[in-house]
Write a protein of this length. Structure first.
Ligand SMILES: [Zn+2]
Length: 382
């Protein structure tokens, strides 16, 4: 039997609407069908309507009674750092005791400790660990994620991470959209300009020719990559056919959002410190802001990005977990939606739009069928 009928959802959230990212008051319009149902045939949603209408057309489909629960599209998590070795539990304990990021890094923690462990790991080891995380995402209701490289910082190690993603994408029901983030940090004892050249001259051409990434990202921040270095990397990436994302204005208002506007990047991510000019630059260039309240929370900060202002300005806001071993070790989109509502004053409807249809647009997946059916078939029950 290749058909499945889901009946009696108290609310079936369809998000039907214009075929573009939702902005302003559109973010509150979820297109809800009360006592809704849907008929899935051969892995594709065929009918979405009232339970009565779907039941009439169900034929010999397997029937699942949603029992008054809410049924909504799978979450699309548009910012994760999926593939890494080890964990950073020690960092968390140190931070809880009041140590700063700089003190933790000096004591052997921080991103560099993850880079060392990831370099030392085999592709097989990384695959096994990431496969466990893929399972976590699916269990939290996420069906598609964006995943960044960036814990290798050497040509072969960055390629190793991207190949793990490619393999995972084929072998798990979770869809993975790969992003190259060779410019995640400057390797120790290396000059930032020299490393920028390595990213542009050695890494990007290999990644583009092997089609290992759809997007290129840069950590544009004081102490990481300057505006000029970020511009060079992203411009080179675009020439090779990659779309652009930027880690912008997380720790300081360094002009990252403006750069995203100037380069017409698909997204600018973080934006905790972005001001009105940055918001205006994103608006005029159609850049989607990807907000990551999980990392603000896990770092013990209260400086959340200005989500309300961004929505009121007409930006197509996206929410994501920033899943990573250091600053946001959660794969849970429900947790992120909760933070968005309690800490950033988004409405639940806006948060759902930001974590489904808007996130899908930011990954160029807006017209894609969800892989849910394959997931449910593999698991034996929906
Ligand atoms: Zn990130």
């Amino acid at each position: 039997m290749d058909s499945l009928a889901v009946l009696h959802a108290s609310q079936l959230i369809t998000l039907a609407g214009p075929k573009r990212p939702r902005v302003g008051t559109e973010m509150s319009e979820l297109a809800v069908i009360r006592d809704g149902g849907m008929l899935i045939r051969e892995g594709k949603i065929d009918i979405v309507s009232s339970s009565e209408e779907v039941a009439k057309n169900a034929g010999d489909a397997e029937v699942v009674d949603a029992g008054g629960r809410v049924v909504l599209p799978g979450f699309v998590d548009a910012h994760t750092h999926l593939v890494f070795a080890g964990n950073r539990l020690n960092d968390f304990e140190r931070r809880a005791r009041g140590e700063t990021y700089a003190q933790i890094a000096k004591a052997g923690g921080g991103i560099w400790s993850t880079v060392e462990k990831t370099r030392a790991a085999t592709g097989e080891e990384l695959f096994n660990q990431a496969q466990t995380y893929a399972e976590w995402f699916l269990r939290c209701g996420t069906t598609t994620i964006e995943a960044k490289s960036g814990y290798g910082l050497r040509v072969e190690d960055e390629l190793k991470i991207l190949r793990v993603m490619q393999r995972l994408n084929k072998q798990t029901p979770l869809e993975i959209v790969p992003t190259f983030l060779g410019a995640h940090a400057v390797p120790r004892k290396m000059d930032a300009d020299k490393y920028t050249d390595v990213v542009i001259d050695e890494m990007l051409p290999r990644i583009a020719s092997e089609k290992l990434a759809e997007f290129c990202d840069v950590f544009c921040e004081r102490g990481y990559f300057t505006i000029e270095q970020s511009r060079r990397i992203l411009t080179a990436a675009r020439k090779l056919g990659l779309r652009l994302r930027i880690h912008a204005d997380q720790l300081s208002d360094s002009g990252g959002a403006q750069l995203a506007g100037e380069l017409k990047a698909t997204t600018a991510d973080h934006l905790e410190k972005t001001d009105e000019q940055g918001i205006a630059a994103m608006k005029s260039a159609g850049v989607q802001p990807v907000l990551l309240p999980g990392s603000v929370y896990a770092l013990g900060s209260t400086a959340y990005p200005r989500a309300r202002e961004m929505i009121d300005t007409g930006l197509a806001v996206v929410l994501a977990t920033d899943f990573n071993p250091g600053s946001s070790p959660t794969p849970s989109m429900p947790m992120i939606l909760s933070l968005a509502c309690t800490q950033m004053k988004m409405s639940p409807a806006e948060a759902i739009t930001a974590s489904t249809i808007n996130a899908a647009h930011s990954l160029n997946r807006e017209g894609e069928p969800v892989r849910l059916w394959r997931a449910s078939r593999n698991r034996g029950s929906p």
